[in-house]
Structure formats: C-alpha cells, structure tokens
Design a protein around this ligand. Structure first.
Ligand code: SF4
Length: 449
C-alpha cells in the first residue's frame, strides 16, 4: 500500500538541513510520495527508514515468472486493482494442461505436440496455451523424468512439475531447471525440502494447503526460508469456494497489504468438475477473479478457444482499445476496379469487416480511419468518426490513385453521414453498406458490378 507524504515524513530525520534540495523534510516527503524525488537524495535517512520505505514501494502482489523466453513464459502477479474498470489487469493468467506420467509415451508426446502446435490469431494477436503440468501420478522417478523429457521435446512449453516427493522433484529439476518450471507443490509435510529446492534451482514454488489461512501461513513459512517467488494454491476447487477464497486473497493483498496473500494463485478447475463444460465455466470464472495459472485437465481446442478469447478480453486495457494503424489495407489482391470499404481502427471492428470482405470472395480495399480505437457507432457518437474525418482519410491515404472508379462504401450504421460526405468528397459516390459486417458478402454481390 502506498505511503502518504505524512507517513514518509515520520521516517525522515526531521532536521530540515536542506541537503536534499528541498527546504524541509516535509517538503521532501511530499515529493517522495508523488514520486518526484529519490530517497537517495537524503544522505541522512536511516537504514531502518530505508527498509520501511522500500518495503512500502513493493508491489502488493509479487510478479512471478514461470518458464523462459518471450513465447510462452508465464508472468503473473503485480496486479493493483480488484476490478478491471478501476485501471486494468496487467498480467494475464497462463493456461497449462495437466499430463500424467502414466499416460504412455505416445500419448504424452502427441498431447504435448498438439498443445505446442495450437495457436489462433484474434484481433491481430496470437493466442496460445502456455504449457504443461506434468504430474508424477506413477510415483516412479524414471517415468516422471521420461514424461518431462517428452514434453520438453515438444517445444518451448512452460512447465509445472507436480510431485509431492522432494527426491523426485530434485531429479526433475536437475534436468529442467534452466527452463524455470514451477515446483508444485510445497505442503505442510515437505515445505522445508521444497523451499530448499526452489532456492537451489532458482525456480518458483507453489504452496498448497487447504483454506486461505493455511495457504498463507505456508507461504509465510516458505518465504521465511528465503523463497520470494511463490504461487498460492488454497485448495479450493468449486465455484463458490473458489470465488470467495480468491477474492479474499486479492482483497487481503491489495487492501490490507497482507504480504502472505500477495502472490499469484494457481487453480485446478477440472478436479471437481462434472464435465469438460463445467471445467471451462469454472476456469472462466477464475480467469475473471483472480487466477494466475489455470491447470486444465485436458487439451481440447473447442474449450481452449473460448478461454483464450475470454482472457484476451479481460486483460485488454479498457482505456486503450486494441487499435489498428489507420491507412489502406488490402483484402486479397485488389485492383483498380475493386470496392473500397471504410471502417474504424478498432481492432475487433477491423477484423470483423476484413473477415467478411474476404468471405465475399471479391478482393477489396479497406480504408481504416483513425477513430482512436473505437467501434463504428461509439466513434460516431463520440464525434471521432464523422464525414470530415472520413474525407480527410480518403484524401490523404492515396486511395484515389489505386482505383479507377470513385465509389466508397461506408458502414450502414453511419448512413446519416452520407449527405455530408458527398459534400466533402464531391467527386466520389457514397454507397451505404450494411449495418452488420456479416451482411457484406450479400451486399457486395447485389451492388457491385
Ligand atoms: S536531506 Fe534529509 S534531513 Fe535534510 S532536509 Fe532533506 S529530507 Fe530532511
């Protein structure tokens, strides 16, 4: 929790010596609270005060990294708000799929390969599964190590190593620590050994205990052993208990600055689910509130895709819509007689329109106008997608040099702009397209000769 100027002032020497460049210690404290000064500017601040001030500036939820590289590394934590609309959520949860080492070599290799190969593009972003949780269900060290090897061979998947046996975990870490797997899990029976492994191999560790109090107590114990990168598993597996416990943990971390709750959370939505659909629903709830790593029981594109989409929507900054660069885009290989569509630079709008234009089978030009990332109707209502802006976009984009005709198609939702646009672009014919992108193929078939 951020300290106020007065809180900081209480920790300063209060001699008003001015060596920090400020007339008084209070003025310096105010500057510090506004992040307009550095603590190092005061040469007289005590070590004790330094520690307190540094601790206060730590994020309330620790940022923990699982995996390496830019591709699938999971970075979770460092969140600052309870609700997305207060600011934004920063670090999206990672999805990992559980594979048991009893599954058989072929199945392990095939599942891992399918997970590694899976990816979808949505509004210009690649959505992928982060990794695999390999479980030592066999209780056999060799089988576990083989399964880990098979998963690693599939590609750059992040790893969660699941075993309660510190000796088995150590053997697996000896082979895979360089890929920074998550150790799952430290329990009340093995916490000291698992904490020692986390320190030895420089890997994050999950602590697992039933209930909020037990989980945070165990996190505190592991932290006291010197481990900083901790993930919490409070043992909740159902809809209601998961919602309550995860919300309480977030609240304790953010509102009460309760450090043992200030870690990302790992969840297992499929462990008590009665069907894949129920697992998916619970996973969705946990992505919204407040999972950091979600372990799924199976890999199925039909359930993964909605979860990836949901995560993308929740973890998009609500104040900064995903935008396209304004300009001319080609759909297919358009020529001088191809249609020219106009739309806004909200990514979702762009991809909806582009997809339907492509589906029409007629190569086209798409003139994307800067609407500050708003959709057509919202931009129009906010005055960011009007006749003047569309005309300016058409005139400066160079579209007139690319086509021999002078027809431009505006979205049906802004049909009202037609008259003004005819004044602004007097040598162009303004056509009003359909209101919904899905109707573009039938519209263009009907109207374009
Ligand atoms: S240098 Fe330190 S002690 Fe001196 S006025 Fe500034 S804050 Fe106070």
């Amino acid at each position: 929790m951020a300290l106020t100027g007065l809180d900081i002032y209480k920790l300063l020497p209060k001699t008003n010596c001015k060596q920090c460049g400020q007339p008084t210690c209070l003025a310096f404290a105010m500057k510090l609270s506004q992040k307009q000064a550095e603590l190092a500017a005061c040469p007289h601040v005590s070590d004790q005060a330094k520690q307190a001030l540094e601790a206060a500036s730590r994020p309330p939820i620790r940022l923990v990294t699982v995996g390496v590289g830019d591709g699938r590394k999971i970075e979770v934590g460092n969140e600052t708000v309870m609700c997305r609309h207060e600011k934004t959520f920063f670090h999206e949860p990672g999805y990992v799929v559980r594979i048991k080492d009893t599954a058989g070599d072929d199945e392990i290799a095939q599942t891992a390969a399918a997970i590694a190969a899976y990816g979808v593009e949505r509004v210009g972003m690649d959505l992928r599964v982060s990794g695999v949780a390999v479980e030592n269900a066999s209780k056999n060290t060799a089988a576990f190590l083989k399964a880990v090897d098979l998963v690693k061979a599939a590609g750059d998947l992040s790893l969660v190593l699941m075993s309660a046996d510190p000796a088995v975990m150590e053997a697996a870490l000896a082979k895979s620590a360089s890929s920074k797997p998550l150790i799952y899990a430290a329990t009340k029976d093995n916490a000291a050994q698992m904490a020692a492994l986390a320190l030895k191999f420089k890997c994050p560790v999950a602590v697992c205990a039933e209930g909020l109090e037990a989980a945070t107590a165990l996190a505190e114990e592991v932290n006291k052993a010197g481990v900083e990168d901790i993930v919490l598993d409070p043992g909740t597996r159902g809809f209601a208990d998961s919602l309550v416990t995860l919300t309480q943990l977030r609240r304790l971390a953010l509102k009460k600055n309760f450090r043992p709750a200030g870690y990302p959370i790992i969840t297992f939505p499929g462990e008590q689910a009665s069907s894949p659909e129920e697992e998916t629903l619970l996973a969705g709830q946990q992505v919204a509130k407040y999972a950091g790593i979600v372990v799924l029981e199976r890999f199925d594109p039909s359930t993964i895709y909605p979860l990836l989409t949901l995560r993308q929507n929740i973890y998009t900054d609500p104040q900064k819509p995903i935008q396209m660069q304004p300009g001319i885009y080609t759909i297919g290989e358009p020529g001088t007689s191809s249609p020219v569509y106009v739309t806004t630079n909200f990514s979702l709008t762009y991809f909806s329109v582009a997809g339907e234009v492509e589906g029409s089978g007629l190569p086209s030009w798409l003139l994307v106008t800067d609407s500050e990332g708003l959709s057509v109707l919202t931009a129009w209502a906010a005055g960011k997608f009007d006749a003047e802006k569309i005309a300016k976009s058409a005139k400066t984009s160079g579209i007139a040099d690319k086509v021999s005709h002078r027809k431009i198609i505006i979205p049906g939702h802004v049909a009202t702009l037609r008259g003004e646009l005819e004044d602004e672009l007097s040598d162009w014919q303004i056509m009003v397209g359909p209101r919904e992108a899905v109707d573009i193929p039938s519209f263009i078939k009907r109207t374009w000769n």
